[in-house]
Ligand binder design. Sequence first.
Ligand code: CP
Ligand code: NVA
Length: 306
Amino acid sequence: MVRHFLYISDFSATELLEILQLAGELKTKFRARDDHRPFAGRSLAMIFAKPSARTRVSFETGFNWMGGHALFLGPQDIGIGKREAIKDIARLFSRYNDLIMARLFDHAHILELAEHATIPVINGLTDYNHPCQIMADYFTIREHLPKREKPRVVYVGDGNNIVHSWLRLAIRLPLHFTCCCPQGYEPDAETVAAAREAGISTIEISHDPPAAVAGADVIYTDVWASMGQKEEAEARAKAFAPFQVNSGLMSATGCETLFMHCLPAERNREVTDAVMEADYSIVFDQAENRLHVQNGIMAWLVANGD
Ligand code: CP
Ligand code: NVA
């Protein structure tokens, strides 16, 4: 059976650690620009219904470096689910290509794509989750804090797709994860319950930023209005104002704390310019690691396929 990369929690802890190990090996090779072409003669179809900088460039660069050919299909190209049925695109690309990476609005659409594809489908973000991002983020935390067995990650902001992937990682790998958000902007309750029930991690929901960040190894944030919600941006800006990550909040941890953001950042909205530029900000390490971790995911899926 073909393995897709739709949710982090679809993989066992052992498999996730294998992917991260592979990512580390590929990072060393990529940085040396070694000749490494396991995907020679293969192709990756990249379907984007939403904008992207990191996801597009990191997948395309990574796949090309590994000897393959990546095809970019932007929002105007396919009209997936509108001009053409999702299940037809799944079967068509399964005949042309070796892998599909898709960034879609509706999470049900990526599930439908995977259901009908006979090649691996990788989730490059939906309204529900963003698994490649959080795999890269976890890899980055392990690089910076290799001795922390249960890193304390405090996410301050909207309980969105990023948070759902953190919660799904927490189902498999130990974390102390807090989502600190305004009332009414909590993550999906079933996902929170699943992360708690797994018993691997400690999960907290808070509405009090200075209290939530105490002892944090990492403070993480994301935009207050995600793609598809930009018309809500002004209303959200009011609700989220006390949740801005600024130098005051960073020092409220009472310890050394790293700052992370999946990017793109709206500077001086969810995070100040000073925090983005501080020595403790590792946003570009995490962005770089998207490339290496996705290479690990693609290599693992191909090696573990039929
Ligand atoms: N973090 C992330 O996925 O960035 P893009 O939206 O630019 O791909
Ligand atoms: N929550 C953001 C993440 C962007 C990488 C969004 O969905 O727009």
